[in-house]
Ligand binder design. Structure first.
Ligand code: PGA
Length: 247
């Protein structure tokens, strides 16, 4: 499978800095692009970035989507709106959404389903906290988080992207070692394989302080099919080095 690198800008950017960053990334892409590249941008900038990446091979992702179809949900963005703008992916269940916005496994699953229903590929984020890892619960936690989505989306499982992001590695500079990440990816792959014969098609991304230096060993692991990159995706040179490692 081709690798997939998705930048997660989180709540960063402005019209000017977005234009500069995207222009630098697009100009620095490998001449022959053999991996998927996406950027998950704040909803308010989706249209701007969609125009900026036109024809470059870079896909636009949203960072969240509502589980509701439409109506009286002030502040939310629906999957149809993302579809309307030609958005290819949306993150669902990022740990910051789970932690700061109270998103439960059930809400995350409903969001994944809402996105799939409109042809927007959900990038389902799972991951354990430091306390859960230290208590030996890593496997149990990520399996519970993924099981909720598998149960909800039924035969569409093979259309998902899954991102393993250990919470203790996000924005902390602490990366899971390639072996630690691979061990969890193997668990997720096995869980998908028990649910669909197409588990090999589901890209499993690693996220959590991925950078230019650790991308190669992480991306060399058997079940690591790409990366979800936060901080390093805000610097064109760093993001481009990760893309080069995946290409
Ligand atoms: P980070 O963030 O690369 O800055 O650790 C990753 C993420 O939260 O998606």
């Amino acid at each position: 499978m081709k690798k997939l690198i998705v930048g997660n800008w989180k709540m960063n950017g402005s019209l000017q800095t977005n234009a500069d960053l995207v222009s630098d990334v697009v100009q620095g892409l490998p001449a022959s692009l053999n991996c998927g590249v996406g950027v998950a941008v704040p909803a308010v900038y989706v249209a701007q970035v969609q125009a900026l990446v036109q024809g470059s091979g870079v896909a636009v992702a949203a960072q969240d989507v509502s589980q509701h179809e439409k109506g009286a949900y002030t502040g939310e963005t629906s999957a149809s709106m993302l579809q309307d703008l030609g958005v290819r992916y949306t993150l669902v269940g990022h740990s910051e959404r789970r932690q700061y916005h109270g998103e439960t496994d059930a809400v995350v699953a409903a969001k994944a389903q809402a996105a799939l229903a409109k042809g927007v590929t959900p990038i389902v984020c799972v991951g354990e906290t430091l306390a859960e890892r230290e208590a030996g619960q890593t496997e149990q936690v990520v399996k519970r988080q993924l099981a909720a989505v598998i149960h909800q989306v039924g035969h569409c499982i093979s259309e998902l992207v899954v991102a393993y992001e250990p919470v203790w590695a996000i924005g902390t500079g602490k990366t899971a070692s390639p072996e630690q990440a691979q061990a969890v990816h193997a668990v997720l792959r096995a869980q998908l394989a028990a649910a669909t014969e197409h588990a090999g098609r589901v890209p499993l991304l690693y996220g959590g302080s991925m950078n230019a230096a650790n991308a190669v060993p992480l991306l060399s692991q058997a079940d690591i099919d790409g990366g979800l990159v936060g901080g390093a995706s805000l610097k064109a040179a760093d993001f481009l080095q990760i893309i080069a490692a995946a290409n």
